[in-house]
Ligand binder design. Structure first.
Ligand code: SAM
Length: 271
């Protein structure tokens, strides 16, 4: 496990990511990105920074057996977990280790590039966007999701604040980094600089039901780059984090259930 702000999770953390984070938060947003990009039957799709493959799997179902999907990630642990999951009913998925800054794909070889909650972590954003343009066919599209500002995502905001206060900013940086590219103006300047002329943006709002927070918060943290710092903290400090998050979010809890709004930019760039 690392404290990386680029989400370089080791295999065990990648398994927790798939078991805890994907069903609760990342999966619904990966599905929303795929729906937003409206994949058609037979299309060839690449999921850049696929992680454990949530978007790739939804896309494989959407394009059907005659389509083709490739999931690309730099992290071998994430890809191992992706490969070990049961096959979906749809297009075959090829999992490839590679960098967004140097996609292992031919020019103009795919119809749709998906990049779900990943661009914000890439050190070479412009180069990576140029790579996405290079591999997409004329008439194809690039679909990106990026969290809206952390203040608009109360669960993440409260968790980052509590971890920073009780453990330290070097630990909360592991989650804070997910909001490094959240400003709509900044995103559009970057896309313009990369040469994307036609873009369509919406804000996806999903009210996600989470397990009781006293149980979910430590499980969630264990599946993020914050795990090492959190595990080093005393039991008392860990409980202080969990208590603060539960209390701050009590307005979203009712009858033992909790439902919290999450907001993400969804951006479709046409070639
Ligand atoms: C927050 S995860 C998102 C994973 C997945 N797209 C999802 O929605 O669940 C960010 C992913 O970006 C990957 N990543 C980071 N830097 C990368 C790079 N330079 N090239 C490709 N993938 C990268 C990480 O390994 C990680 O799997």
């Amino acid at each position: 496990m690392t404290t990386s702000t680029q989400w370089q999770l080791a295999r065990a953390s990648a398994e927790r990511y798939q078991r805890i984070l994907t069903p609760a938060i990342l999966g619904p947003f990966a599905r929303a990105l795929v729906d937003f990009a409206t994949p058609q039957g037979q299309e060839q799709v690449v999921d850049v920074g696929c992680g454990t493959g949530a978007a790739a799997r939804y896309a494989a179902k959407a394009v059907g057996y005659s389509g083709r999907v490739t999931g690309i990630d730099v992290n071998a642990g994430m890809l191992e977990v992706a490969r070990a999951l049961p096959a979906v009913q749809g297009a075959p998925i090829e999992w490839r280790e590679g960098s967004a800054a140097q996609l292992p794909l031919e020019d103009k070889s795919v119809d749709l590039v998906l990049c779900a909650q990943t661009l914000q972590f890439l050190p070479e954003k412009l180069l990576s966007l140029h790579e996405m343009q290079r591999v997409v066919r004329p008439g194809g599209r690039v679909a990106l999701s990026l969290w809206c500002a952390i203040e608009e995502n109360p669960y993440f905001d409260t968790l980052v604040t509590a971890v920073s206060r009780h453990i330290g900013p070097e630990t909360s940086a592991g989650l804070q980094s997910a909001f490094a590219l959240s400003d709509a103006g900044e995103i559009h300047r970057l896309l313009e600089e990369a040469g994307f002329a036609q873009t369509e943006t919406v804000i996806a709002l999903h009210e996600l039901p989470l397990p009781p927070l006293a149980e979910f918060v430590p499980r969630h943290v264990s599946a993020t780059p914050m795990a090492a710092g959190f595990n080093r903290a005393s039991e008392e400090v860990q409980q202080a984090v969990i208590g603060e998050v539960s209390e701050q979010l009590s307005r979203y809890q009712m009858n033992g259930r909790v439902q919290i709004p999450f907001r993400s930019h969804m951006i479709l760039c046409k070639q």
